[in-house]
Design a protein around this ligand. Structure first.
Ligand SMILES: *Cc1c(COP(=O)(O)O)cnc(C)c1O
Length: 427
């Protein structure tokens, strides 16, 4: 559905009444005095997620240690079973996704596996706008191999500090590059990179490629297996609503299952013999082989309910609504907020943007603070971006309309001038 947007509150109401996903928000805990536009940082709790978390707590209560074998989904298989539930969401084979550890640790584990410098092919390619944690991790991986990041890390620079030119990435795929790691959706501007195209170009040149999908999983459909992506990782606490610090995910293409995990541990052992406690490591021979230690059962239990909801609703429908919400938001910004000096930092094309809109203003810090006091939950990213994520599962068109009208009020009445332009610890 391509919508022709109109101004005014009545039109927002009309969009809501026509919305096929209008009822999904009833499955979430929403604060009635608040409009939540920050699901790209921490997704809200659904009743579905709460239910599976409470069930697993009961299993702990009732079974103790026996939960590992007696729970409804025995805990020993929980990471694999949840991986199967998530496979459809990312277009992977069921044995290519595992729930384990945290995003940054999974990145370390994958790079330590896939970065095998040899001869002239000994560098890593990244982009300048990637999430800093990824940069720190990659630099430390290079140092572990005795390689100076100044020499062995190739960075594709952004021309506008918002987006990365895909052809520029391809131009940098030289014979010296052993591994490429890129974000699927850039965390600030919301630009969506063409993973299929970049994977094809990398493989033509014999380069391994992986993606950080933190800002795309749960917001857009993926076809990781079909595209031939070598590896990917993502957190589940943003669009996937697994709760604060909830366990993360890892995808490895099945053609790499024979590789030796770079960071091995006993949970990666071939399951049937894990408890033989042999001194000789035998990998599970699927993505499960990359687990390290004991599974974070309570930090993955909400994911079970959440993934079942995603599978029931379907990511294609979620993406369709998300594009309409962000499209409508950008339309309102263009028409209502341009005169106050706001700009949109997110690419306009549907196939070039993820689930949030980057609203830029030189007073972004103060405007963001004012919005928080007026019942809107956005987030601020240094130096001038207010990120607004109208999450398809629980944000309505009316709320999008309301957010823009509150921003107008903040500007008309200069409410933002009552706030300091110092950023808080968490921003
Ligand atoms: C949120 C986010 C992370 C977070 O990493 P953690 O290890 O979960 O703290 C990493 N990369 C990107 C792109 C993110 O958006």
């Amino acid at each position: 559905m391509v919508l022709k947007y109109e101004l005014g509150e009545e039109y927002a109401n009309k969009l809501d009444s026509l919305d096929p996903l209008k009822d999904t928000r009833n499955r979430f805990y929403l604060n009635k005095d608040e409009i939540y536009m920050d699901g790209n940082s921490l997704g809200l709790m659904s009743k579905d997620a709460e239910k599976t978390l409470l069930r697993v707590m009961d299993e702990w209560k009732n079974f103790g240690i026996n939960g590992w074998s007696k729970a409804e989904i025995p805990w020993i298989y929980y990471p694999e079973e949840l991986g199967k539930l998530q496979a459809a969401l990312v277009g992977a084979r069921q044995d290519e996704v595992i729930i384990h550890s945290s995003t940054t640790v999974n990145l370390h584990s994958l790079v330590s596996t896939f970065f095998q410098p040899s001869g002239k092919r000994n560098k890593i390619l990244m982009d300048s706008l990637t999430f800093p944690s990824d940069r720190y991790a990659i630099e430390s991986q290079l140092k572990l191999k005795g390689l100076d990041p100044n020499e062995y890390l190739v960075i594709v620079e952004s021309k506008d500090e918002k987006t990365i030119d895909e052809d520029e990435i391809v131009n940098n795929m030289s014979e010296e590059i052993a591994l490429i790691m890129l974000p699927s959706v850039l965390y600030r501007s919301g630009q969506l990179l063409d993973m299929e195209y970049l994977t094809k170009e990398a493989h033509k040149r014999g380069i391994i490629i992986g993606f950080d999908c933190c800002h795309s999983v749960g917001a857009i459909p993926h076809k990781l297996s079909e595209w031939g992506v070598d590896f990917a990782f993502w957190c589940n606490y943003k669009y996937v609503n697994n709760g604060p610090g909830g366990a993360a995910s890892m995808y490895i293409n099945s053609c790499h299952f024979d590789k030796e995990p770079g960071l091995a541990g006993w949970y990666g052992y071939f399951k049937e013999k894990q408890f033989d406690l042999s001194n000789n490591f035998e990998s599970a021979n699927n993505v499960g082989g990359w687990q390290i230690g004991t599974s974070h059962i309570l930090s993955m239990a909400p994911l079970e309910g959440s993934l079942k909801m995603f599978n029931e609703i379907g990511i294609e429908r979620i993406r369709e609504k998300s594009l309409n919400l962000t499209g409508y938001l950008m339309y309102l910004i263009d028409n209502e907020l341009y005169k106050y000096g706001f700009k949109i930092g997110t690419p306009r094309e549907n196939n070039k943007r993820g689930g949030h809109v980057a609203l830029e203003h030189e007073e972004a810090i103060r405007i963001n603070e004012a919005l928080k006091d007026l019942g809107i939950v956005p987030d601020f990213r240094y130096p001038n971006i207010i990120r607004l994520a109208p999450v398809a599962l629980y944000v309505s068109y009316k709320e999008v309309w309301k957010v823009v009208s509150v921003i107008k009020e903040v500007m008309d009445k200069e409410i933002y001038k009552n706030y300091s332009n110092k950023r808080g610890v968490i921003a």
